[in-house]
Ligand binder design. Sequence first.
Ligand SMILES: [Zn+2]
Length: 304
Amino acid sequence: MRFLQEIKFCVAKSENCEDNIIQAHSISKKFLRKIAKNGRVISIAPSSGDFEEIGIRQASTFRGFCGYHDKELFKCFEDHNFDFTNPEHIEKLSLRTLSKEYLLKMNCINSQAEKFDTHHNPSFIDVGSCFAYYRLEYYKNLLLTSIWQKKYNVLDSVSIIFNDSLHCLASGAFFLENDINHEPVNLLQEKCSLKHLDPIILNLIPLNNDTIVTISFLKNNKTANTLLVKELPLMNKVQQKELISKLIFLYTENFYLSTEIYKNKLKPVKTKLVKHFHNYFNLNKKFDVFDEDSELKNLNFFDS
Ligand SMILES: [Zn+2]
């Protein structure tokens, strides 16, 4: 996404910071290489909502870390295999995911302020984005404290292993709008109570020939506990793949597909998907990821 004046700074700010704020990958380049063809993958262009090819040097990048912290914070899974049973790996990966979303929200709010002069025209302030931004900042600080103190005790996580070859990578932090019973949660509207906004952090990671889906959330996040700890494991593999695919498509801009799955499965239904993407930016339109009748039924980023 392009902004009038992009804000960039190191989220992990400390005395060790280097001056250069790099184009940090929120999804490891070594993972992107696994689904790339000639160094390119398929993603959704935020400006048009259409699918486009993008090089893996640019894919998933954001200006949220200095060179030192990008290297130091994530070397446990950049220089070694990711271990989804290791809370240090989970919290550091979650910090990286959440930081990208935090910068994105900050840039959105700043861009609106410049465009509409929201100081004098407060009705143009996107309240949902502001609430989400403050909440992400709170979580970012919790995670950083846990990481600096080497406690790794802030998050719970659920990981699912699919023994299929990898066709999709994703990394996102988002606020679910409703639960599996269609009851509203995390309403990003004026009436919502800020302290009830709890993000869910989702990552797809390759490990050998398998695909690992890791979902993390704050220990007291009741929605995530009910949905992910109790209900997701009860679903069969196809239901799990479809639910995760819908979560990725509806809530995560930051996902990348292999050319193979795009050509075989998504290109034929592209018009429908792009229309759905545009509707997402219409605040009157609510998405229910658990809606059985949705046009996104049978969306599956796992099987080509
Ligand atoms: Zn730094």
